[in-house]
Ligand binder design. Structure first.
Ligand code: CP
Length: 314
């Protein structure tokens, strides 16, 4: 693949607000081409031979961490994985010192996940190595948003003009935050829905519609994205019980009867079956939840390729 002449405007991907429509199109077009590599018998291309990617995950992850590692390996990069608990952070080293030390080993890209909002942006101010956020606190999860957009575009054939409803814990969701920005950039009409206690203040500035009624959010949606309750980020009870939450905001077969027949159902994972989504809906005909995971590899391959220079000139 030769994309010489096509470059991302950004040297870092820490927020969807820093990506233009052209950047998003370039990443999604590149991801479409990259997806083919994962469908080959030999899932490997020499494209990033000689490049080094360090994945630094200071918060648990299954999908994002594994897919960044697979992406680098499928493109023949040298991939190093570090977890917070296995690093010298546990001995009192600061994140700044840690990142400066990692940069001293001359990686071509650092992928960072943190439980604290703003860490990837802060690191980008400390070191010159390109940074990609793999999710930071409640703040942003840009590569998740890009794989969501890829899945929507693949299924619906377009992004602009679609009605998207995001249902759940909007307050604590970095996925909602990145998607609200990205979906606005590409021209979607976005409704957010959740209990009033899980909707951020001034949310109406960022969403086209805000509702606390699940049925209103479901009706007329081209795409429904349901979100997990971020129990690790909720300090005190925001609703009476998970059972009560599920009764009013969970997606079950009865609720899905009110949706369009061709509605696309997404969930960033991990899913809590029986809470925000019933097993019948998660595994039902509307669901592209596992396709999102497949597309996560393609999008991250595209990002590694575009961020580390793509085709080598020498
Ligand atoms: N969607 C997502 O970020 O999942 P992980 O936490 O498993 O990476």
């Amino acid at each position: 693949m030769d994309l010489s002449g096509h470059n991302l405007s950004a040297k870092r991907i820490v927020s969807m607000s820093e990506l233009s429509v052209a950047d998003i199109d370039l990443i999604l077009d590149t991801a479409k081409a990259m997806k083919g590599i994962s469908e080959r018998e030999v899932k490997k291309a020499p494209t990033l031979r000689g490049r080094t990617v360090i994945n630094c995950f200071m918060e648990p992850s299954t999908r994002t961490r594994t897919s960044f590692e697979i992406s680098g390996k499928r493109l023949s990069a040298d991939v190093i994985n570090i977890s917070g608990s296995g690093s010298s952070l546990t001995k009192g080293e600061s994140i700044k010192d840690m990142m400066e030390n990692l940069e001293a080993m001359k990686p071509d890209l650092l992928v960072i996940r943190s439980a604290h909002s703003g860490v990837p942006l802060q690191v980008a101010g400390w070191i010159d190595c390109p940074i990609v956020s793999a999710g930071d606190g409640r703040n942003e999860h840009p590569t998740q948003s890009l794989l969501d957009l890829m899945t929507i575009k693949e299924t619906k054939g377009k992004l602009s003009g679609l009605n998207i409803s995001i249902i759940g814990d909007i307050l604590n969701s970095r996925v909602a935050r990145s998607n609200l920005t990205a979906m606005k950039t590409v021209g979607c009409n976005v409704t957010v829905c959740g209990p009033a206690t899980l909707l951020p203040r001034k949310i109406e500035k960022f969403a086209d519609q805000v509702t606390t009624c699940r049925e209103t959010a479901v009706k007329d949606a081209d795409v429904i994205m349901t979100l997990r309750i971020q129990r690790e980020r909720i300090g005190q009870a925001k609703f009476p019980s998970l059972r009560e939450y599920s009764k009013h905001f969970g997606l079950n077969l009865k609720v899905m009867e009110k949706a369009r027949k061709d509605v696309l159902l997404l969930h960033p994972g991990p899913i809590n079956r029986g809470v925000e989504i019933s097993p019948e809906v998660a595994d039902g005909p509307w669901s592209s939840i596992l396709e999102q995971v497949t597309n996560g590899v393609a999008v991250r391959m595209a990002i590694l390729y575009l961020m580390t220079g793509g085709v080598r000139q020498n």
